[in-house]
Design a protein around this ligand. Structure first.
Ligand code: MN
Length: 318
């Protein structure tokens, strides 16, 4: 029996996998990618009797790959917080899926492992901008304010590191980042002892400085739209910059359009933190869009559709 661990390359995906394997160590083949590279199940070469753990990747987006695995006799455990309207009813499929906006995959895994190694669940929650949940859980676990600040910084840079069009855009590829955290049951020790954290934080600050220098395309009390150039730094920092905007303007929806090399844009949408709904529906009305209620995206928006998208954003959050 072979084990395949399939996970989103962001903080949530890496922390969820890390919790699962700290709790139950197994030698697994890793399958992952950049944050937007979510159709991961289709490339899992599992055979009859093998086991797959799928973390933090939309079931709806992976339905074809999932059904192929189940048809081949593979057992699949699926833990996720993205919309899953087409969950197959199959005896070899075990799902733990919750789309509540205050839940993510590492928090689901936190519960699944009985609350062990909770620091990594706190990191995963901070990585998804779930600061209130992270502070509550971290406080209950006895972390000091200084510890929580370090866990927050770690979550932010692990999440930031997953953004890019391809793994070549990233400072460190998600599989390599997981291998770096793998020896550390305590995220505070990882942050203090492994130089990956300081390297990521330096890269993060350099990219954010470039992002903050960009003026908004359009801004009202209710929504704002930014356009970024087709550069590595823009592809890396866009998602985290959108989170920063969301925190700074809680009543406002934000859309960030990052230019693609061959024209068009990749789009990140953040619903207002005071009203964290509708981002998935807005993005899903475009062919390559999807995501969660509070944060969603479109993989390709053509220039000709930009005006229609901006109108829909304005209407959705009027
Ligand atoms: Mn996630």
């Amino acid at each position: 029996v072979s084990q395949f661990d399939v996970f989103n390359g962001d903080a949530d995906g890496i922390c969820a996998l890390h919790l699962a394997r700290l709790d139950h160590p197994l030698d697994a083949t890793l399958v992952t990618g950049v944050k937007r590279d979510i159709k991961l199940l289709a490339r899992v070469p599992a055979a009859s009797g093998d086991h797959v753990l799928a973390l933090d990747i939309s079931l709806d987006s992976n339905l074809e790959g999932l059904e192929a695995l189940l048809a081949r006799g593979v057992r699949v455990r699926y833990v996720d917080h993205h919309r899953a309207d087409n969950r197959p009813d199959h005896p070899s499929l075990d799902t733990l899926i919750d789309t509540a906006p205050s839940i993510n995959t590492s928090l689901l895994m936190h519960t699944a492992v009985g609350g062990r190694f909770a620091g990594w669940a706190v990191v995963g929650a901070f990585g998804d901008n779930l600061d209130e949940v992270a502070l509550t859980l971290g406080g209950d676990e006895g972390f000091s304010e200084a510890d929580l600040d370090l866990l927050r910084r770690l979550g932010v840079v692990m999440n930031y590191n997953a953004y890019g069009a391809t793994p070549e855009d990233l400072h460190i590829k998600p599989e390599a980042l997981y291998r770096r955290v793998q020896p550390f049951a305590d995220p505070l020790l990882f942050a203090r002892q492994d130089d990956t954290f300081s390297a990521l934080e330096q890269g993060y600050h350099d990219d954010m400085e470039r992002a903050r220098a960009v003026a908004a395309d359009q801004v009202t009390d209710r929504h704002a739209v930014y356009r970024f150039p087709a550069t590595k730094w823009a592809r890396r920092v866009g998602g985290v910059f959108a989170n920063e905007l969301a925190r700074a303007h809680r009543a406002r929806a934000h859309a960030l359009l990052t230019s693609l090399d061959d024209g068009g844009y990749v789009v990140s949408v953040r619903a207002p933190l005071d009203n964290p709904t509708g981002a998935d529906e807005l993005c899903s009305s475009f062919p390559t869009g999807g995501g969660r209620k509070g944060a969603a995206g479109i993989n390709r928006l053509d220039e000709v559709d930009v005006a229609r998208f901006v109108d829909m954003l304005a209407v959705a959050y009027a």
